[in-house]
Design a protein around this ligand. Structure first.
Ligand code: PEP
Length: 257
């Protein structure tokens, strides 16, 4: 299976989110095979988007969550609250949260533990800066991010975990990592994960790529075995572009049948 995630960030309000969710559903019409599709509206649009995607195969994802269950944490949203409005997945440690909102590896780890405890499927974002890419120490950075994020984590046999490899230099820049660069890092991540979770079922762990994915580069990325899917930001709020990405994923799946 291939997964396509649309991260709408803080780009669309409630009305536009409803329209975008409807548009996204239309892209699936008449397709024999469709990818595992997950959309991430802003918190305020979650309930309305849920109504649109009810009875479809599309899953609802939050862009962030608190590491606490409840209490005096003004402005925060807990995983239990997300569950109440039909959220099944959550992005954790997106580079914008790490860079702009001071989310540390320790915070990422606490959120991940809480998400799993409350049965949300986490999508943990990791990735190196341009400096680390150029210096050549990026694999070490990736390994450390995974080790910190997953410290003390045990995955139940029914739980799934997504790791989204999103090099910071590729996010929102129009400069995606090339296929060879993504394969190198994904194979590395899979080795690191199999050391942490020996004997785990293959379908419990998925490694996605994110960073300037669009209709032009999606097919080349998705046809690779080590790339289990893509996390799409900017192109996911432009329905024609998102449609192209979904089509690319469907074509890859059809070719594999
Ligand atoms: C993202 O938000 O995770 C992302 C990958 O953004 P973009 O596709 O715009 O680079």
């Amino acid at each position: 299976m291939k997964t396509v995630i649309g991260n709408w960030k803080m780009n669309v309000g409630v009305r536009e989110s409803i329209a975008l969710a409807r548009g996204t559903l239309l892209t699936l019409r008449g397709r024999k095979v469709v990818p595992n599709l997950i959309i991430c509206p802003s918190f305020i649009a979650l309930s309305e988007v849920r109504k649109v995607i009810a009875r479809s195969s599309v899953s609802l994802c939050a862009q962030n969550m608190s590491w606490e269950d409840k209490g005096a944490f003004t402005g925060e949203i807990s995983s239990r609250m997300l569950d109440e409005v039909g959220v099944t997945h959550v992005l954790i440690g997106h580079s914008e949260r790490r860079g702009l909102f001071s989310e540390t590896d320790e915070i990422v780890n606490r959120k991940l533990k809480k998400a799993l405890e409350n049965n949300l499927t986490p999508i943990v974002c990791i990735g190196e800066s341009v400096e680390h890419r150029e210096e050549g120490g990026y694999l070490e950075i990736i390994k450390n991010q995974i080790a910190s994020a997953l410290g003390g984590i045990r995955l139940r046999s029914s739980a799934k975990l997504f790791i989204a490899y999103e090099p910071i230099w590729a996010i929102g820049t129009g400069k995606n990592a090339d296929v060879a660069q993504v394969i190198e890092v994904h194979e590395f991540i899979k080795t690191v994960l199999s050391d942490i979770f020996p004997g785990i079922k293959e379908d419990q762990l998925n490694v996605l790529y994110g960073g300037s994915v669009n209709g032009d580069n999606a097919y080349a990325l998705l046809r690779e075995k080590s790339i289990d899917g893509v996390l799409v930001g900017g192109a996911s709020v432009k329905i024609n572009q998102f449609k192209d990405v979904i089509e690319a994923a469907s074509e890859v799946l059809e070719a594999q049948e």
